[in-house]
Design a protein around this ligand. Structure first.
Ligand SMILES: NC(=O)c1ccc[n+]([C@@H]2O[C@H](COP(=O)([O-])OP(=O)(O)OC[C@H]3O[C@@H](n4cnc5c(N)ncnc54)[C@H](O)[C@@H]3O)[C@@H](O)[C@H]2O)c1
Ligand SMILES: [Zn+2]
Length: 709
């Protein structure tokens, strides 16, 4: 019905009208707006596949309405404001409704409802101060249905069609269990009635159906509304039965007694009419829960707001609420336009779908270097917020949806769920769309070195194995500042995490350029602690080299190996030029450490980091503590192993150990058959006992030890 290029044009023009930057004479705007609305009605009703949001459609509609109000001479009978959108497909026989099935006017907030209330009163020549009672109930989002009962039997069911003619679907309605085939209308003096209702599918049943379809390899249903309207039009009633359809009945459209006189108004109120339908066995919004009778518009508005908040928890899809003048006689007096009743109005919830243009893709790096593509879009209003970034999850998502740069895309955001792209509107493409090329190398990396991404088998995510922005850095930083590595006093995991969250720490390099003035302003900090932290960091900069090496988190490079390497270089970057043989030449360094250290230093990103550390004043050369004590060949303890236990009185443990080493001893950590000398201070404890039991250990007091050296 519409060609591809034509559809694209209609879409682009619609967005231009919505932007509101058109200055055309009304005589040109009017026919164009009408043709735009007709196109969107076709997409929405016939295709069940709209290309703009309901809110946008309503805005275009309002533009047309306003223009027509200014230029009544230019109103045409076929204008979308003068009739309801048609869902006639031509696949079923059309039948005339007993009373036209109309649309509803729209409101979006309590102010709109207050305005509606004033209009109703003006129409009824009522005083503004006199309250009108309203009924309010959910606006079910499914397919409209009209049910005709004669002599208490269901004789016909039809879709809304174009409002005047509907499509006859009686066979399909008969298999919907919530539609009674017989109902005792005669008890209320009703001989012939036409009921109005909405056919829907419960959200959980919809989900189960789709799971089953996925398991069977069938195409998934797009959404419950779509599935319900499609379900009504199935060719075979058994297929209809499979869809778990239900029908909510929300009013009498028509009702006469045996003589053909109106018998509906006698029911008094809309509320009472629904109570009767409930009693007759129809599925009707439950009084007190799904519907209320409110004394005035304010209470009705509050009920609408309440439902907007609980919409997600409700088992059925609703796109708003409907507020109706409760008194049936007042309804009749207020009357109808050719498009909607003047006594009712829809209170629309914020649209959960929107269409917009995909402008570009950016990449984020998450935990363990996972690369997440993020779509950048033209800003779009979605469920009450402006959206311009939408996660694309991973490469497969982009590929499966066949997303391209420049695509018009359908966005959705339901409840707390993060917004996502439902699909591109492929039929609106003009050929200028560009493929999204998945990066082979890390897109985050800010250096000029390319880092290939990796994707583990069976995983959807690509990862940057060394990403400088990756959250794996968080763990590295925590280790880097810890006691065993750089031992930065007062910085622990908690602060690292906090600073990381604040964006101050990305890599270990940032540890040495923290914003202390800002830290001072953090809750629980203050000038003093900030200054203390700064001092700890400054102290750590003078650490022996082995601590830095250990703090690089190189796989398998422990404290001992770090110390050994620190002894054998003049500058940490010397290691970048080392061959495997050079590593293996060092006693106690094996091939595993060699490989890992070589891999680390082969990565230019790491070299950049080390240079940055050096520029920031971090020591990158061996200190005295790193240097091996010159081989001691003379002294009282040459070739002996030694251990200290208990508390020493004259020397600190560390001093004693240094002196022992200078006297040729090698310090060990445990009592064993290999221990030669045990020096005991006060309260020696179990080590002395153990040494005594061995009988091979020479035991010295602190004084004896001092005398010997
Ligand atoms: N996105 C698009 O391109 C596009 C195009 C056309 C229409 N639309 C949407 O459809 C609307 C117009 O469609 P419409 O004419 O079907 O109107 P509508 O859906 O806004 O309101 C009328 C319908 O509401 C249903 N309804 C559900 N619960 C009801 C209740 N408790 N009481 C009364 N009616 C109830 C009825 O089936 C009735 O036909 C637009 O405002 C727009 O939101 C969107
Ligand atoms: Zn990276």
């Amino acid at each position: 019905m519409y060609g591809k290029e034509e559809q694209r044009q209609l879409y682009v023009r619609s967005k231009e009208y919505l932007e509101g930057d058109l200055t055309l004479p009304p005589a040109e705007q009017l026919p164009e707006l009408r043709s735009l609305l007709r196109y969107h009605e076709w997409r929405y009703y016939v295709g069940d596949d709209p290309v703009i949001s309901d809110f946008e459609y309503d805005q275009l509609y309002k533009q047309l309405e306003a223009l027509e109000a200014e230029h009544p001479d230019l109103v045409t009978a076929d204008s979308p404001t003068q009739r309801v959108g048609s869902d006639l497909t031509g696949e079923f026989e059309s039948v005339p409704h007993l009373v036209p099935m109309l649309s509803l006017g729209n409101s979006y907030n309590p102010d709109d409802l207050a305005e509606f209330d004033r209009q109703v009163k003006r129409m009824l020549n009522m005083d503004e101060a006199t309250p009108i009672a309203y009924a309010a109930e959910p606006k079910f989002d499914g397919g409209s249905i009209a049910l005709v009962y004669e002599n208490d039997r269901l004789v016909r069911a039809a879709t809304r069609g174009n409002g005047v003619l509907g499509e006859e679907i009686t066979h399909n309605a008969r298999v919907i269990k919530s539609i009674p085939l017989t109902a005792a209308f005669s008890r209320y003096g009703l001989h012939r009635v036409e009921l109005r209702g909405e056919v829907v599918i419960r959200k959980d049943r919809f989900a189960v159906m789709n799971e089953a379809r996925a398991a069977a390899g069938l195409a998934l249903f797009a959404n419950p509304r779509n599935t319900a309207t499609g379900g009504l039009r199935m060719k075979s009633p058994t297929e209809v039965a499979d869809r778990n359809l239900e029908a909510f009945i929300y009013s009498f459209g028509y009702g006469t007694d045996e003589a053909g006189n109106d018998a509906v108004q006698a029911l008094g109120t809309h509320t009472h009419a629904l109570d009767i339908l409930t009693a007759l066995g129809f599925k009707v919004p439950t009084a007190g829960f799904e519907r209320i009778q409110s004394p005035d518009i304010t209470a009705a508005a509050a009920f609408c707001k309440q439902w907007e908040g609980q919409r997600e928890d409700y088992p059925y899809e609703i796109d708003g609420m409907v507020v109706k003048v409760d008194d049936l006689i007042l309804q009749e007096r207020a009357g109808y336009t050719s498009h909607h009743p003047r006594w009712a109005i829809a209170y629309k919830f914020a649209a959960r779908q929107a269409t917009t243009t995909l402008l570009g893709v950016e990449y984020q790096v998450g935990k363990i270097g996972t690369i997440t593509p993020v779509a950048k879009t033209e800003p779009a209003a979605l469920a009450g917020v402006m959206i311009s970034s939408v996660s694309l999850h991973n490469e497969d998502f982009i590929r499966e949806k066949d997303l391209r740069l420049g695509d018009k895309v359908l966005l959705e955001r339901a409840g707390d769920v993060i917004p996502y792209i439902v699909k591109p509107l492929a039929e609106l493409r003009d050929g200028g769309e560009q493929p999204i090329v998945w990066p082979l190398t890390c897109p985050i990396n800010r250096t000029d070195v390319e880092v290939p991404l990796v994707r583990a088998e069976g995983e959807a995510a690509w990862r940057c194995p060394v990403c400088v922005c990756g959250a794996q850095n968080l763990q590295r930083i925590i280790f880097h500042v810890s006691k065993v590595a750089m031992d930065i006093d007062g910085m622990g995991r908690r602060y690292v995490e906090q600073f990381y969250e604040l964006g101050w720490l990305h890599t270990i390099v940032d540890v040495y350029r923290l914003p202390y003035d800002q830290i001072a302003t953090l809750e629980g900090f203050g000038e003093r602690s900030s200054e203390n932290l700064r001092r700890s960091v400054e102290t750590a900069k003078r650490n022996p080299l082995w601590r830095l090496l250990h703090g690089l988190s190189i796989h398998h490079l422990g404290k001992k190996a770090s110390q050994l390497l620190a002894q054998h270089v003049d500058h940490v970057l010397d290691l970048a030029d080392w061959s495997e043989a050079q590593f293996l030449n060092i006693k106690d360094i094996g091939p595993t450490v060699a490989t890992n250290v070589m891999e680390y230093f082969a990565n230019p990103l790491h070299l950049t980091q080390l240079r940055e550390l050096e520029e920031l004043g971090v020591n990158v050369r061996p200190t005295d503590e790193d240097r091996p004590a010159a081989e001691v060949t003379e002294g009282p303890f040459v070739g002996k192993t030694m251990l200290f236990t208990g508390s020493l009185q004259q020397l600190s443990r560390k001093e004693a150990q240094e002196k022992a080493k200078a006297a040729g001893a090698r310090i060990v950590s445990a009592v064993s058959g290999k221990l030669d000398v045990l020096v005991v201070g006060e309260k020696p404890g179990s080590k002395l006992k153990k040494a005594g039991a061995l009988g091979t250990v020479r035991v010295l007091t602190e004084a004896e030890f001092l005398a010997l050296i």
